[in-house]
Design a protein around this ligand. Structure first.
Ligand SMILES: [Zn+2]
Ligand SMILES: [Zn+2]
Length: 333
């Protein structure tokens, strides 16, 4: 079968590999849509996961079950499914507290074991969810949507009356859609990219071009401020926009060694809550499949590029096409 393989750190190859064989509780999936994510590049560069190469990347994927192991009871051949990629140890303190996504030795399909940038993928039955007749490219958004739902739940973003999100990229937009679906009232985006702001407006959100002058007018306006850029210069200013008693969420992935300066007195005196959100817990995939059904027209706008898997390998090497949001590999048959 054809697959993208990270053969070693910073080396990508599009090649033929052996179609994997099944163990008792595994399902062979013909992949139909597989999303590209910044995490794939972090894995390639050895900055995320176990850096055990060779590896087939891809952790946002959906497809059809074409073969099942002897002990598989939850999935039938012909079922359309989406993958919940995280694989936890089941024993560490986080796992005992039902925080599988914070497992000390967290693995994932496409991160530590072979994933979805291939014609076929072998996945344990417990990591699969039936998607019925949901289009594959929409179902493949369940993983990133699950990640933002983890954040939405952590700070109860659905209760927000007036939120500000930095960055109208896929994660920012998905966060806003999930928060709105959970009841958030008014959501404003700020970004340097006017096209992304127009897109946010077309989904019913407010949009402000992130000039210094515009941002100065937003001082302490919001009960929730979210970074979905991963830029240090944004992360360190979130506190300026949150109202006293409000919440800040770090959703963007800043460089691991970066530091920002915050006054503990200000956090105390203004009673601020600062939260983070990493990956997704298992219940977030189920939640995402519910949210997806409420937001299909908006989600269609987020998948801007449906490419061949070969083109995805090129994107990994040469960068994403201009004006892209979510890029996916799709298969017609
Ligand atoms: Zn991802
Ligand atoms: Zn664990």
């Amino acid at each position: 079968m054809k697959a993208i393989v990270f053969t070693e750190k910073n080396k990508i190859s599009y090649q033929d590999i052996k179609t994997p064989s099944l163990e008792k509780e595994q399902v062979l999936i013909a992949v139909r849509a597989s999303g590209l994510c910044h995490t794939d590049l972090d894995v390639l560069q050895g900055n995320y996961g176990s850096s055990a190469f060779p590896l087939v990347p891809g952790h946002e994927y959906a497809g059809t079950a074409v073969q099942i192991g002897d002990k598989v009871t939850k999935i039938k051949v012909g079922d359309n499914v989406v993958v919940d990629p995280n694989i936890e140890c089941g024993y560490c303190l986080s796992c005992q507290k039902n925080n599988a996504h914070l497992c000390e030795t967290l693995g994932a399909y496409g991160v530590t074991v072979n994933g979805g940038f291939a014609q076929y993928s072998v996945v344990h039955q417990n990591a699969l969810h039936n998607i019925g007749d949901l289009p594959f490219h929409i179902a493949a958004l369940a993983e990133p949507l699950g990640c933002v739902l983890n954040g939405v739940g952590t700070i109860n973003a659905g209760a927000s009356n007036n939120a500000l999100i930095f960055g109208a990229g896929p994660i920012g937009l998905l966060f806003a859609l999930a928060a709105k679906d959970k009841g958030a009232k008014k959501i404003t985006f700020t970004d340097i990219n006017p096209d992304r702001l127009l897109l946010a407006e077309s989904m019913g959100f407010n949009a402000v071009h992130s000039t210094e002058e515009n941002l100065a007018n937003l001082n302490k306006e919001f009960d929730l401020v979210v970074d979905a850029t991963g830029l240090i210069k944004v992360a360190e200013t979130l506190i300026n926009y949150v109202h006293d008693g409000g919440k800040i969420m770090h959703l963007g992935i800043c460089p691991p060694d970066a530091k920002i300066e915050i006054s503990p007195f200000e956090i105390f005196r203004r009673q601020l809550t600062i939260a983070g959100s990493h990956s997704l817990n298992h219940h977030n995939i189920k939640e995402a499949l519910v949210t997806i059904h409420n937001c299909i027209p908006e989600l269609e706008k987020i998948v801007t590029h449906k490419l061949t898997i070969e083109d995805i390998a090129t994107c990994m090497q040469q960068g994403a096409p201009k004006d892209s949001l979510k890029i996916q590999a799709v298969w017609d048959n």
